[in-house]
Design a protein around this ligand. Structure first.
Ligand SMILES: Nc1ncnc2c1ncn2[C@@H]1O[C@H](COP(=O)(O)OP(=O)(O)O)[C@@H](O)[C@H]1O
Ligand SMILES: [Mg+2]
Length: 292
């Protein structure tokens, strides 16, 4: 059995290659050889059928990219992807994620998609912003559909800020969201093969509401209660995620799912919680591929 660990053509951050190497190492320890490649060699194409140039060389692909076009073509050609294409596609788009979670009765912050704008030079419509204010009240969280690491997540405390952020994002898919009072904290939970591995409380730096490690947040181990475990395992199940990094916000009425990541970085989680995430993922991949 041989696998490919596929990473994005343009992601240059060290954490990207580190994550791939951790998974490669753990798969090697489990007796499975892999190659790490960037998606610069165009592994697949659509033509008279689907071309998969790596079909003969690899039995599976650890898909550390978020590129939903490549994942679709690889999977449609019959290759097993970890995570699967549909999971990558839904998780890549925050509005799609919220819609899918809400449709399955899973609590998410109240979220209104901004009307998509295809007309360059437009400004946000006043009636849209009036309605957003009426439905959400301040503060309002504004998010791009495709951001990560806290980039593309903003907070507006008044109309002037709302107009400024909405104006800057008009040509990108984005949404308006209820602010959940959480003191700059959230809980990152990693689920592998349907089972929670552990939880990490993330705390935002002073004066910041985004708790992402990439945005300067700090992590500490967090003992998960049964509600959090049940919720996260259900989320992973709903999206058929082999591997999931789920962000929870705590409220007095229970947990709310803030985000579901199909390719969450795990270095800080491994360091903080002392959990071998890459090893658990490798174990899941090997078991799945061996049919046990
Ligand atoms: N509705 C919200 N209310 C309060 N805090 C939020 C809300 N949405 C996001 N945050 C904070 O911002 C961080 C980043 O938001 P998230 O939706 O997870 O996007 P990203 O993909 O950038 O991680 C979260 O981890 C959380 O700390
Ligand atoms: Mg997040």
């Amino acid at each position: 059995m041989k696998g490919l660990v596929l990473i994005n053509a343009y992601w240059r951050a060290e954490c990207v290659t580190e994550q791939a190497e951790r998974i490669q190492r753990e798969l090697e320890l489990a007796g499975v050889e892999t190659d790490i490649k960037r998606n610069g060699f165009l592994p697949c194409a659509a033509g008279a059928g689907i071309e998969n140039r790596i079909a003969d060389a690899y039995d599976f692909c650890v898909y550390l990219d978020k590129d939903k076009y490549v994942s679709e073509l690889l999977e449609k050609s019959g290759m097993r992807l970890f995570n699967r294409h549909e999971a990558v596609r839904v998780c890549d788009d925050k509005m799609r994620t919220y819609a899918a979670l809400a449709a399955n009765g899973i609590a998410v912050p109240y979220t209104v998609p901004a009307p998509l704008c295809y007309t360059a030079g437009s400004v946000p419509r006043a009636d849209v912003l009036d309605e957003v204010e009426r439905r959400l009240g301040y503060p309002i969280v504004i998010k791009t559909s495709y951001g990560s690491g806290g980039k593309g997540v903003y907070k507006a405390d008044n109309r002037a800020e709302l107009e400024r952020v909405a104006g800057g994002l008009l040509m990108q898919p984005h949404m308006y969201q209820q602010y959940i009072e959480s003191d700059g904290k959230d809980i990152r939970v990693i689920v592998i093969g349907g089972r929670v591995t552990g939880g990490m409380l993330r705390t935002a730096p002073e004066g910041e509401f985004r708790s992402n490690i990439a945005a300067g947040g700090s992590g500490q181990p967090y003992p998960l209660d049964d509600d959090a475990i049940k919720l996260c395992e259900r989320v992973a199940d709903v999206f058929s995620l082999d591997y999931a990094g789920i962000d929870l916000l705590r409220t007095p009425h229970g947990y709310i799912v803030c985000e579901v990541n199909s390719n969450a970085f795990f270095a800080e989680f491994e360091r903080t919680c002392g959990i071998n995430v890459a090893g658990a993922y490798a174990g899941h991949i090997v078991r799945t591929m061996s049919g046990v």
